[in-house]
Design a protein around this ligand. Structure first.
Ligand SMILES: NC(=O)c1ccc[n+]([C@@H]2O[C@H](COP(=O)([O-])OP(=O)(O)OC[C@H]3O[C@@H](n4cnc5c(N)ncnc54)[C@H](O)[C@@H]3O)[C@@H](O)[C@H]2O)c1
Length: 346
């Protein structure tokens, strides 16, 4: 495991993962269209690795879109000729905003599906058969459970979730077609939040965010008047929704662990939940955020959002067992690191 291709590596989760890969001494090539990120991030990743990294992997960036087959092919060819052929791929690239996907299913199916098919065709051509794919807890049936294990019923309720489940099915078909070849892990993330503790990289989407932290950080920095909390009558201890928030650095570490697992494993296609196994309500987040950052976030209660559920928590036993990985950061780290990052960036 020396040369890793990271699609969508300039994005939120990808940038933190690239940094951790370089800190392991691995060479990383990012492919990104920058549709939801900026090239500035590439320099920030290099800067943190130079300042803080004990091992220093190389970082390459190739700007382009995975929907362009020739482009992907040329990147694989270029690195093969450089004698740095890719041995694994982490595939983050895709569109990810749930609400946007409801209004633009064509765009979401086109980007998420075509990009993935093109990528896998090229991987196959270049005998690169190890893949970690960014899946999501949105593929589970939201009405069924509180705690979700990998076997929980699947029933995405929006086009974004449908594309993620479809890709998982596609990857399973691919593995079954040639069972001595593919090593695939679908990591199903729960709620990735936080930022690198340096404050140099974090979540800064170009699309309009609808998840809690990007909005909360805008309020904390005076860029938005108040935080809207969707419902105070959910069947939870304080009436607000409970989610499994995982620090993005823990999530990045899970990708390294997944690659290490695949290096030793026999060919397979497996899905693994990545969450902390603990739930935190919106009001609890606000309380911790205020305390640790000495601020006072204004908020108001508004109606519930369609499609939300009261409690979504990962059963993360499989990740703990198989990946030799444990989440190390807590809610206070999440609040501290994300606020630090937002003060420089928003
Ligand atoms: N952030 C979350 O809450 C969350 C939760 C579950 C799953 N995921 C999945 O994890 C992955 C990464 O999420 P993120 O939060 O870092 O998102 P992000 O938008 O910050 O990063 C995705 C990156 O992919 C790039 N990209 C998009 N389409 C592309 C294409 N066709 N070709 C090349 N690059 C392209 C974007 O420019 C962006 O830099 C996504 O696949 C997302 O669906 C995210």
């Amino acid at each position: 495991m020396n040369n890793i291709l990271v699609t969508g590596g300039a994005g939120f989760i990808g940038s933190h993962t690239c940094l951790q890969l370089m800190n392991e001494g691995l060479n990383v090539c990012i492919i990104d269209s920058l549709i939801n990120s900026s090239e500035k991030i590439i320099n920030q990743i290099k800067l943190i690795n130079e300042k803080e990294g004990i091992k220093k992997g190389k970082l390459f960036f190739r700007h382009g879109d995975l929907r362009n087959n020739d482009f992907i092919n040329n990147v694989f060819l270029e690195f093969k000729r450089k004698k740095l052929p890719f041995d694994s791929v982490i595939h983050f690239a895709g569109l990810k905003a749930v609400e946007e996907s409801i209004f633009n299913p064509l765009g979401y199916w086109e980007v998420n599906i075509i990009s993935t098919i093109n990528l896998l065709i090229t991987m196959d051509k270049f005998d690169c058969n190890k893949l970690v794919f960014s899946s999501s807890a949105t593929i589970y049936d939201p009405s069924k459970k509180i705690k979700y294990d990998e076997e929980s019923p699947k029933r995405p309720i929006n086009p974004y979730g449908n594309t993620k489940l479809t890709i998982e099915i596609f990857l399973q078909d691919l593995f079954l077609s040639s069972q001595n070849k593919w090593k695939i892990i679908n990591l199903r993330y729960f709620n990735p939040v936080g930022a690198h503790p340096s404050g140099l990289i974090g979540e800064n989407p170009k699309c309009t965010p609808t998840n809690l932290f990007p909005i909360l950080l805008k309020v904390a920095n005076g860029k938005k008047k108040e935080l809207s909390i969707y419902g105070n009558d959910w069947p939870t201890k304080d009436g607000t929704c409970i989610r499994d928030y995982i620090h993005v650095m823990d999530l990045a570490d899970a990708h390294i662990a997944a690659l290490e697992f695949l290096n030793k494993a026999s060919p397979q296609a497996k899905a693994i939940n990545i969450g902390t196994g603990k739930g935190t309500s919106v009001l609890e987040i606000i309380k911790r955020f205020n305390k640790i950052n000495s601020v006072n976030l204004p908020f108001k209660f508004v109606n519930r959002r369609k499609g939300d559920s009261a409690i979504v928590i990962a059963d993360n036993k499989l990740a703990l067992e198989l990946l030799n990985w444990v989440p190390k950061r807590n809610i206070d780290d999440i609040c501290l690191d994300s606020f630090k990052w937002s003060k420089y960036s928003l």
